[in-house]
Design a protein. Structure first.
Length: 211
């Protein structure tokens, strides 16, 4: 992958969180897709200093992501894609799995080899060139003996085989709810999530959109 990609991503506290080769008829004319995620620690402090966060308008992180990643695409001769723009909606979950750096966890949520259950994707860049990709590592859950995510949901709303959305939302509406203030307890329980460095304020920001 081009060194300039890493330099541009790092300047905005983003990191390449996976990459994959595209099928010939998937995105015609494009061969390699690179996923972009927050680089931790430090992303939240960087983002909260941006004009989008400070202007008081809606969807600051999506607007910031669109501006920054589109500028990166222009500089690199790539095509940008976003999980929040559609229809048509882009298959980010499928792309993540195909990147060989994210897998379904025991709870069904995606788990990433560096971010754990805190993985999120701000966008992707697709290139005309076919880059050499690094080899895949192991699925982290396979070497996690305790799998604390399975027991972390305080109201048992999130299970391996089901997600009780009404129960989850009802619990989030309780005054002083811990998940709303600090982030989903299941995501926080993952040992990899705990080493990722994402601040609770950032998790609370995202939880504020859930309701």
């Amino acid at each position: 992958m081009p060194p300039a990609l890493f330099d541009l991503a790092g300047a905005h506290h983003l990191t390449t969180s996976g990459a994959l080769h595209l099928a010939p008829d998937e995105l015609p004319g494009l061969q390699t897709l690179v996923l972009l995620s927050p680089a931790e620690p430090g992303f939240w402090d960087h983002f909260t200093a941006t004009p989008e966060y400070r202007d008081g308008a809606r969807d600051p992180m999506n607007r910031w992501s669109a501006r920054v990643i589109t500028a990166m695409a222009d500089a690199l001769g790539a095509t940008p894609f976003f999980p929040f723009s559609g229809p048509p909606w882009q298959p980010f979950t499928d792309w993540a799995r195909r990147s060989a750096r994210a897998w379904p966890s025991p709870m069904g949520l995606l788990v990433h080899d560096a971010a754990g259950l805190m993985i999120s994707y701000r966008g992707a860049l697709a290139f005309r060139d076919r880059f050499v990709l690094p080899p895949s590592g192991p699925r982290p859950c396979d070497t996690c003996p305790d799998q604390p995510c399975l027991r972390a949901c305080p109201v048992d709303a999130l299970r391996p085989d089901a997600y009780n959305v009404p129960a989850c939302k009802s619990d989030l509406d309780r005054p002083g709810n811990d998940c709303r203030a600090r982030g989903c307890a299941v995501r926080r329980a993952c040992p990899l999530s705990q080493t990722y460095g994402r601040l609770e304020a950032q998790s609370a920001f995202h939880m504020g959109y859930f309701g």
